[in-house]
Design a protein around this ligand. Structure first.
Ligand SMILES: C[S@@+](CC[C@H](N)C(=O)[O-])C[C@H]1O[C@@H](n2cnc3c(N)ncnc32)[C@H](O)[C@@H]1O
Length: 306
């Protein structure tokens, strides 16, 4: 039996991404562990693709979020209490905090929104989860009307509860984003963040709805395989998306819709290094772009690094 030395124990990194600790704390150790994990899970599922339907997704998020609460706003929005783990930062996998990535992504999102909104405008998040993105945006832009919709009634309950607790006036509705959303108001910005990835076979309906509701910008912050860089991480990410039945074809579909794409790129940052957040920014009416109005922004600044 090989002896377990102190140094071999200290090199193991416990991570939420794989059931076993990673033997090391750098990018190559992470990628090796990812490779092993994908091979094992592929073989154990006998090559069957994971089922992902409206019912399974609703059930999973209802179960995951039942009874969830946060007493601290920063923790709710940025996940400050999550332990250090592997993250994607500037295109490299390294150990870091999820809060760093959350702050980066929210800074990007609020920058895109602030470029086109005016006081009194409405913004909508499709698949708003526990409401944390809108909670932050409402603090940043108190004069915007914020609406979130999510498939999971439990998530909507949690979001409403958090909105009351943190005194952020946000409307949350339980709804399937792939069905008719005619009852919602047309809005300056309609965005999604890692929500379309949960509806790989029907996301086109949600995209149509988002473009129908948006007056100025459609913002998709999703893992878009077509935009991810190649290399070992890119190949593993693409394989993972197929294996887990995640989103594919979003960029192609948005292009087919004939709207003006202002930006489409991988953001090189992600909470999960194999699920890189990409941005597709769409100018829906093709012209109107109001200057960022004074009075719409609060003095609130996003934390640069937490
Ligand atoms: C990974 S979570 C992301 C939550 C949130 N956007 C965020 O960034 O924290 C995905 C969310 O999309 C929601 N979702 C999945 N399919 C949906 C659908 N068809 N209509 C509305 N929401 C949906 C899920 O219920 C879940 O809350």
């Amino acid at each position: 039996m090989p002896q377990t030395t102190f140094s071999s124990i200290s090199q193991n990194t416990v991570t939420q991404w794989f059931p076993e600790p990673v033997k090391g704390d750098n990018e190559s150790a992470f990628l090796q562990a990812a490779c092993k994990h994908l091979i094992i899970t592929t073989l154990s599922r006998k090559f069957r693709r994971m089922k992902r339907t409206i019912e399974t997704v609703r059930h999973n998020y209802d179960e995951e979020r039942a009874g969830r609460t946060w007493s601290d706003f920063e923790d709710y929005v940025f996940m400050t209490s999550s332990p250090r783990d592997f993250i994607l930062w500037d295109g490299k996998v390294r150990l870091g905090s999820f809060a760093e990535v959350r702050a980066f992504l929210l800074r990007y999102l609020s920058g895109q929104i602030s470029a086109v909104v005016q006081p009194g405008d409405t913004i909508i998040e499709i698949g708003s989860g526990d409401g944390r993105n809108l909670a932050w945006l409402k603090r940043m832009f108190p004069l915007l009307r914020c609406i979130g919709l999510d498939l999971s009634p439990t998530s909507v309950e949690v979001s409403r509860k958090m909105a009351r607790q943190f005194k952020t006036e946000i409307e949350f509705h339980a709804a399937d984003a792939t069905q008719s959303l005619q009852h919602l108001p047309r809005s300056a910005v309609v965005f999604s963040s890692h929500a379309l990835e949960q509806m790989p076979d029907i996301f086109t309906n949600a995209v149509d709805n988002m473009l129908m509701l948006a007056d100025r910008r459609g913002i998709f912050l999703e893992p878009v395989q077509e935009l991810c860089p190649w290399g070992i991480r890119g190949i593993l990410s693409r394989y993972r998306a197929i294996h887990m039945n995640r989103l594919r074809g979003l960029y192609r579909y948005v292009r087919q819709r004939g709207v003006r794409i202002l930006e489409a790129r991988a953001l090189m940052h992600a909470v999960n290094p194999l699920n890189e957040t990409c941005a597709i920014i769409v100018d829906v009416n093709g012209s109107r772009s109001a200057a960022s109005p004074e009075g719409c922004r609060s003095n609130c600044e996003l934390p640069v690094c937490m």
